[in-house]
Design a protein around this ligand. Structure first.
Ligand SMILES: N[C@@H](CCC(=O)N[C@@H](CS)C(=O)NCC(=O)O)C(=O)O
Length: 224
């Protein structure tokens, strides 16, 4: 697909953008990245994005045609189907379906984690922390030998969970430690994802400070 040009329309803090960017890096696909100010969305962006959300992937074809894709997993699946590089899914249909199910599981897992990270009162923080921890427990039961979700090969499930785990390396270790305590497989998985080059390279250098500032702006309890 060297006759197409890909532009990832992004925001530096968005975990959904990171999924697509990780897949692009894993597959060694050249792409341009444009950041949008989500607090003051430009008209051109609103015209392109039916949901008003990032990521978008602009696919510019050799004949001048342009297409816009929205929704991170749709973008990731399109990249998997059209780009070379290492496959992000196993060849077996049943294994692939099971991995897609765990990708679906990431959505409520991220919601619990996000609400925990942004909680402004102790009661909400405790409820959301417990809900997130329960979901990690289910992942713990699913994980095998590692280092990645499905074994030695980095895949789509890894690209989806890596941005979520990144938050817990940024916040106060005294807050994140008890959440991962007693979950050796999840902890090892998390460490393997944090060390992966594509996962490291998809965020800006000052990502951690930007995310802490974002939490402070939202008056999150854990940022106090
Ligand atoms: N389901 C969407 C979620 C994308 C999403 O929530 N993006 C956020 C940033 S991380 C966004 O653009 N928010 C802007 C808004 O909701 O106004 C996907 O997977 O692409």
């Amino acid at each position: 697909m060297s006759d197409t040009r890909l532009t990832l329309i992004s925001h530096p803090l968005c975990p959904f953008v990171q999924r697509a960017a990780i897949v692009l890096l894993e597959k060694d696909v050249p792409f341009e990245r444009i950041n949008v100010d989500l607090a003051a969305k430009p008209d051109w962006f609103l015209a392109l994005s039916p949901t008003g959300k990032v990521p978008l992937l602009k696919v510019s074809q050799a004949d001048g045609e342009e297409a816009i894709l929205f929704e991170s997993m749709v973008i990731c699946e399109y990249l998997e189907e059209t780009q070379g590089g290492p496959p992000m899914y196993p060849g077996d249909a049943l294994l692939r379906a099971r991995q897609r199910a765990w990708i679906e599981f990431a959505t409520p897992t991220m919601a619990d984690a996000w609400q925990f990270l942004h909680a402004t009162d102790r009661a909400t923080a405790d409820i959301k922390q417990a809900a997130f921890r329960d979901r990690l427990q289910r992942l713990e039961e699913e994980l095998a030998a590692g280092p990645y979700f499905a074994g030695p090969a980095f895949g789509m499930v890894d690209a989806v969970y890596a941005p979520l785990f990144r938050y817990f390396a940024i916040i106060d270790p005294a807050v994140s430690r008890p959440i991962f305590e007693g979950l050796p497989r999840v902890s090892a998985w998390r460490a393997a994802l944090a060390a992966r080059l594509s996962v490291r390279d998809v965020v800006v250098e000052d990502y951690a400070e930007r995310f802490r500032e974002h939490l402070r702006q939202h008056r999150a309890l854990i940022a106090a």
